[in-house]
Design a protein around this ligand. Structure first.
Ligand code: ADP
Ligand code: MN
Ligand code: MN
Ligand code: MN
Length: 386
């Protein structure tokens, strides 16, 4: 079985140390997104009291030349704490903290999508955008082969695995359940989990979260997933198409609503949003994976419950469309819509920002618009009066 060496270390011995009292000291683990836009890094420091809010945490630094983030000889990067959670691994009073990364000149790094997302979410905050993201992922052994698959060959064809139960139907439930509990303990807004269509592929849902919280919660949920998998000695990949051939890919469906779409009659606002999205398909595809659409092109084939990467489509209960209006929403006449295009390895800050730019700020064209400070405040009023 291809599980890591570390996972086979004696956990009883480890427990003995983990139970030691730590006095008034608190361990705070800073988490950030590295230069790939996909990988997570972390490091831990001791504080002499328990921080009650993220504002009590100090800025910190790391060596950007080791994370693909340094520019020339200026390799010191700033870590800016933005959201604090309880640490489900070392337990209370210890903390996990999501951070933004700034360069030596205090400008956001190339993979810091949170910075502009935060600005956009400020501009649209009065319409209370809610997001829910469905994170699909695949478990791999450390040999890179899907976890639990026969070493030479393939499991039976897709069919019995989605929401399956039984040792011959799902692989790795220990990990899914541990991750779920750990998210609840941490304070991550996890909505549920299910086994996916391809064996050893799973999903968890985060949300509904308002505005910038969507990205903060999903990134920390991903951190917890990788960390839980480390304990079990396997790897969670967010690759959108880990197995070629007749196997489903992995996406990150993004569900969205605003005050307007959630009101009776909100279906009209949903249709208006879809109309705007239909005119900006290429921009969204470019933003929906870390490689400008390249990753997603392996997944969005028009088969395996996906839409085509080149054509926009929408429909009620249509799982082969770019945008799906859930059947219940179609019946009620209000609620939310689902953008099925984002890749499993998308940056949720980039995705939610793009949706707001197009559907609420009415941007068109290939590039995101840059707003001056006065435009930003005017836009907030215009959006509400609309
Ligand atoms: P499915 O697999 O059928 O697409 P899931 O149950 O996996 O649906 O996911 C539904 C997602 O929709 C969840 O992430 C949930 O948080 C989100 N959601 C539910 N209601 C709303 C809403 N009003 N606004 C935004 N997202 C919502
Ligand atoms: Mn789902
Ligand atoms: Mn799914
Ligand atoms: Mn979905």
């Amino acid at each position: 079985m291809s599980v890591s060496h570390s996972s086979r270390l004696n956990k009883g011995v480890r427990d003995q140390y983990m139970k030691l009292p730590q006095g008034n000291q608190v361990q705070v683990t800073y988490i950030w997104i590295d230069g790939t836009g996909e990988g997570l890094r972390c490091k831990t420091k001791t504080m002499d009291h328990e921080p009650k809010c993220v504002e009590e945490l100090s800025e910190w630094n790391f060596d950007g030349s080791s994370t693909g983030q340094a520019e020339g000889s200026n390799s010191d990067m700033f870590l800016i704490p933005v959201k604090m959670f309880r640490d489900p691994f070392s337990l209370d009073p210890n903390k996990l903290v999501m951070c933004e990364v700034l360069k030596y000149n205090r400008k956001p790094t190339e993979t810091n999508w949170r910075h502009s997302c935060k600005q956009v979410m400020e501009m649209v905050k009065d319409i209370h955008p809610w997001f829910g993201m469905e994170q699909e992922y695949t478990l791999l052994g450390i040999d890179g082969h899907p976890y639990g698959w026969p070493e030479n060959g393939f499991p039976g064809p897709q069919g019995p695995y989605y929401c399956g139960v039984g040792a011959d139907k799902v692989y790795g439930r220990d990990i899914v359940e541990s991750h779920y509990k750990a998210c609840l303990y941490a304070g991550v807004n996890i909505g549920g989990t299910n086994a996916e269509v391809m064996p050893s592929q799973w999903e968890f849902q985060i949300g509904p979260c308002e505005g910038i919280e969507m990205g903060d919660h999903l990134w920390v949920a991903r951190f917890i997933l990788h960390r839980v998998c480390e304990d079990f000695g396997v790897v969670a990949t967010l690759d959108p198409k880990p197995m070629t051939g007749n196997w489903n890919g992995a996406g990150c469906h993004t569900n969205c609503s605003t005050d307007e779409t959630r009101r009776p009659g909100g279906l009209k606002a949903i249709e208006a949003a879809i109309e705007k999205l239909s005119k900006r398909h290429a921009y969204h595809i470019r933003v929906y994976d870390p490689r400008g659409g390249q990753d997603n092109s392996r997944r969005l084939t028009g088969h395996h419950e996906t839409s085509s990467i080149t054509e926009f489509s929408a429909g009620v209960a249509n799982r082969g469309a770019s945008i799906r209006i859930p059947r219940q929403v179609g019946q009620d006449g209000f609620g939310y819509y689902e953008d099925r295009r984002p890749s499993a390895n998308c940056d949720p800050y980039a995705v939610t920002e793009a949706i707001m730019r197009t559907t609420v700020l009415n941007e068109t064209g290939e590039e995101p618009k840059e707003y001056s400070p006065s435009e930003e405040s005017r836009m907030v009023r215009a959006v509400v009066e609309d």
